[in-house]
Write a protein that binds this ligand. Structure first.
Ligand SMILES: [Zn+2]
Length: 253
């Protein structure tokens, strides 16, 4: 699953490769044609934005909206370089003057009018982007306080309406860094506890952006004892979606 750090890196890479170019857009796979991506053919890519796990490519009054989920991907290639996946699998091919960006699959790929961004159900209800330059920490905290206080912090961190961009890796890693047990209910945590977890997620994800995602994880899929205290690392499904959480049963309280 691509978390916010992956999407932010992708945003920058696509922007560097294609922004300002007039883009030849094609849809080799029928799913891309159904999504209407060919409507963008010949337009100039003006800007690439991200909101949590959502990627938004602005082509004048139309926007290409992508969410990769568990299965989707974007590949970038210089012209003439062989692709790692077959052309027929590509939902969208965006060919600029210097490079091409290829989109493969995922739960969301669609073209929508820029004027709809502010009212679109998928986008308008997103919480603050944990990686935003101008992150409003008061609003972020207020959102967590307005949520069901019986929810475990590890579960709440995945709720994109509360905070956008955090996935399974960084929910576990952030709770570990802040020494907070991911099973503790929100109502049991102080504002300082909550802020510490959210700041840890942001710091770790920004670090992953800077290092290109080559990140060593402390608890996520970690085998062996805790590197901090020697205690046992446990994992168990959490929340309605039963997404696995990893944590140290000794040093996270
Ligand atoms: Zn530990």
């Amino acid at each position: 699953m691509a978390e916010g750090d992956t999407i932010l890196r992708l945003r920058r890479r696509i922007a560097d490769a294609l922004v300002g170019d007039k883009i030849a857009v094609s849809a080799p796979n029928p799913r891309g044609r159904a999504a209407g991506v060919e409507r963008l053919d010949g337009r100039t890519l003006e800007r690439v934005d991200s909101r949590g796990k959502h990627l938004l490519l602005a082509f004048g009054d139309l926007v290409l909206h992508s969410h990769l989920g568990m299965s989707g991907g974007w590949h970038l290639y210089a012209h003439g370089v062989p692709w790692r996946r077959p052309r027929s699998a590509a939902w969208a091919v965006l060919a600029g003057e210097r490079a091409e960006a290829i989109q493969f699959g995922g739960p969301t790929l669609r073209v929508l009018p820029a004027s709809r961004l502010a009212i679109d159900p998928q986008l308008a209800r997103l919480g603050p982007d944990v990686l935003a330059d101008d992150l409003d920490r008061d609003r972020l905290l207020a959102g967590f306080r307005a949520a069901d206080q019986a929810r475990g912090i590890g579960d709440a961190l995945l709720d994109q309406h509360l905070v956008a961009g955090i996935g399974n890796i960084f929910k576990s890693e952030a709770c570990f860094a802040a020494r907070v047990d991911p099973w503790r209910p929100l109502g049991d945590l102080t504002d300082a506890d909550l802020a510490a977890v959210l700041e840890a997620a942001r710091a770790q994800m920004l670090d992953a952006v800077a290092t290109g995602g080559r990140h060593r994880f402390a608890v996520y899929k970690h085998r062996g004892p805790c590197t901090r205290c020697g205690g046992g690392i446990r994992s168990r499904g959490q929340g309605d979606a039963n997404r696995t959480t990893w944590w140290c049963e000794r040093c996270q309280v």
